[in-house]
Design a protein around this ligand. Structure first.
Ligand SMILES: Nc1nc2c(ncn2[C@@H]2O[C@H](COP(=O)(O)OP(=O)(O)OP(=O)(O)O)[C@@H](O)[C@H]2O)c(=O)[nH]1
Ligand SMILES: C=C(OP(=O)(O)O)C(=O)O
Length: 215
């Protein structure tokens, strides 16, 4: 059984500008509803993960902040307002020096708490203090970056981030965690996530045709 030792930092962009590659994927659904649903299902799964002590959502979006705080997240204003890596660093700083911090993207609507727990449990607790990352399903991006206590997160998310994290000394975690690796950037990604089983907020938007994840 995983111990609740991790602080997970999840950045959420202001909804009107978020998930721009997904705009129009569900023509009947306002885009901001979809972006918020992806984040809400991600946060819900993190909160249900037995390895997680606290979730910090870094956002300046008032609507996302209200909903995710009500769900149980601690909201950290995106004071740097300088993109996702600055938001990750800011959240990690708010977590404190003694926390084990993991950064997670907010676009994982199929995430299963047990897969997140398995990935976090695969991070060695002791020396030498190397950061670990989980690449996304295509392999080029990153969904999770974890640092041992006292080690800076040093996030390098963005295009080609898996290679950037490796080049910065982080090691990949190799587990078979399909729901963790399934980030949603495009309509095809959303269909792939639906095949895995979506969380309830995103499933409701897709309608009765989408498979809901088991509780
Ligand atoms: N707080 C904060 N979060 C961000 C920022 N930029 C991206 N994010 C979040 O970082 C994560 C990964 O970002 P992307 O997958 O590139 O998401 P995106 O920028 O919303 O999507 P696109 O517009 O399609 O590039 C998502 O959880 C975003 O909400 C930012 O400037 N501030
Ligand atoms: C943020 C990332 O990319 P994407 O926008 O493709 O999810 C990443 O993989 O680091």
């Amino acid at each position: 059984m995983a111990e609740p030792t991790w602080t997970v930092v999840v950045p959420v962009k202001r909804l009107p500008g978020a998930k721009s590659r997904l705009r129009g994927a569900l023509p009947a659904v306002p885009h901001e509803e979809l972006a918020l649903a992806l984040a809400a299902d991600t946060v819900r799964a993190v909160l249900a993960c037995p390895a997680v002590a606290e979730i910090l959502v870094v956002t300046d979006d008032a609507r996302a902040a209200a909903e995710l705080a009500a769900a149980g997240a601690r909201i950290v204003p995106d004071a740097p307002d300088a993109g996702l890596n600055a938001a990750f660093r800011h959240g990690a700083a708010a977590a404190g020096r003694h926390a084990r911090v993991a950064g997670l993207t907010a676009d994982l609507p199929a995430l299963r708490p047990a897969e997140l727990a398995a990935a976090l449990s695969a991070v060695p607790a002791g020396p030498p203090g190397v950061r670990r990352f989980v690449a996304d399903a295509p392999g080029g991006g990153t969904v999770l970056l974890a640092a041992p206590a006292g080690v800076p997160l040093e996030p390098r998310f963005g295009v080609g981030s898996a290679a950037a994290h490796a080049a910065s000394g982080a090691l990949p975690l190799a587990g078979d965690w399909p729901s963790l690796r399934r980030d949603v950037d495009t309509a095809d990604d959303l269909a792939a996530a639906a095949r895995l089983g979506l969380g309830p907020r995103t499933a409701a938007l897709l309608g009765a045709g989408a498979a809901a994840a088991p509780a």
